[in-house]
Design a protein around this ligand. Structure first.
Ligand code: GUN
Length: 293
């Protein structure tokens, strides 16, 4: 049976060290790391994510502000708020929760965030730095950064020559994850909906990352024996066995079967999810340290 990777525990360790470093920064320079989280509309899942980001920031001793804007907020007003936050010296990280309502151009919003405060790592400057191997000065998107940390916990820092398959080609997870694995000298393949023989490809992977947003799509017999499996999916599905109207969270991997084959695997919940918020705090701390000089 695979080792089940305890992302919650690793995230708590990351957050404890972020808090320690933040306390030191505050004591030595008077600079308190500051994060602004912006949410537009009432999507319940987004509300949950945003609230936990704000709460964790406060637990780390950060200055944390949350801007909740109405669903019908205009793009102009949102861009103006970002302009204000870009200029605010108390704010080192700006996060605009995605997805945004359809009348707002998400691309324009993301590119308006100052690259120096883009703790999500979505701005072209940070994407470009990651893509060209400038990983020491890039802000790396939080979910892939957290996933890499979990891979390194299992495999050690030297991933050189390992075969990695990333299922999913999103800008938020799949592409940056592939770039991180490439920077770590893995041989990387990005798979997607048009990939031929996906099961066969997955079976070649020493490191298999599932980031497609489709419940339990990756089957147990797609996993190479001993592989490290990172399940980025968080899918809510009906669970009538738990009672009427009940639901439960599952990943993109068929956990019960994959666990029998893999060397190590992340659970859902409690795997990658907690790492995302921890890395957001780590990025915000880095941004504040850069500002403090
Ligand atoms: N929505 C889902 N994941 C993310 C994320 O990592 N950052 C932002 N801003 N929105 C998201």
């Amino acid at each position: 049976m695979a080792d089940v990777i305890d992302g919650k525990k690793v995230a708590e360790e990351v957050l404890a060290s972020v808090k320690e470093e933040a306390d030191k920064l505050i004591a030595e320079t008077g600079v308190t790391p500051g994060i602004a989280v912006v949410i537009v509309g009432e999507d319940p899942a987004s509300q949950v994510y945003v609230n936990s980001k704000s709460r964790k920031a406060k637990e780390c001793g950060f200055h944390s502000v949350k801007h909740t804007l109405a669903e019908d907020t205009s793009e102009t007003d949102l861009l103006a708020l970002i302009g204000t936050l870009n200029e605010d010296p108390a704010i080192h990280g700006i996060l605009v929760q995605l997805p945004l309502p359809g009348h707002i151009d998400s691309g324009r919003v993301i590119q308006t965030i100052s690259p120096d405060k883009d703790v999500d790592g979505f701005h072209f400057i940070n994407v470009g730095k990651l893509g060209t191997g400038e990983t020491s000065t890039a802000f790396v998107p939080c979910t892939p950064a957290g996933s890499m940390l979990l891979v390194e916990r299992v495999r050690g820092r030297d991933l050189s020559g390992l075969s990695a398959v990333v299922v999913g080609r999103s800008n938020i997870v799949g592409k940056p994850m592939a770039n991180l694995l490439l920077a770590a000298n893995c041989t990387v393949t990005i798979a997607h909906s048009r990939t031929k023989d996906l099961p066969g490809l997955c079976r070649t992977a020493d490191i298999l990352v599932a980031a497609v947003g489709r419940p339990e799509m990756v089957k147990g017999d797609w996993v190479k024996p001993g592989a490290t499996v990172i399940d980025v999916g968080i899918n809510r599905i009906d669970a009538p066995e738990r009672g009427e109207g009940k639901s439960r969270l599952v990943g993109d991997v068929e956990f019960a079967e994959a666990e029998k084959v893999a060397g190590a695997i992340t659970p859902v919940p409690g795997g990658v999810g907690p790492m995302t918020i921890a890395m957001l705090m780590a990025n915000t701390l880095v941004s504040a340290c850069r500002r403090a000089g």
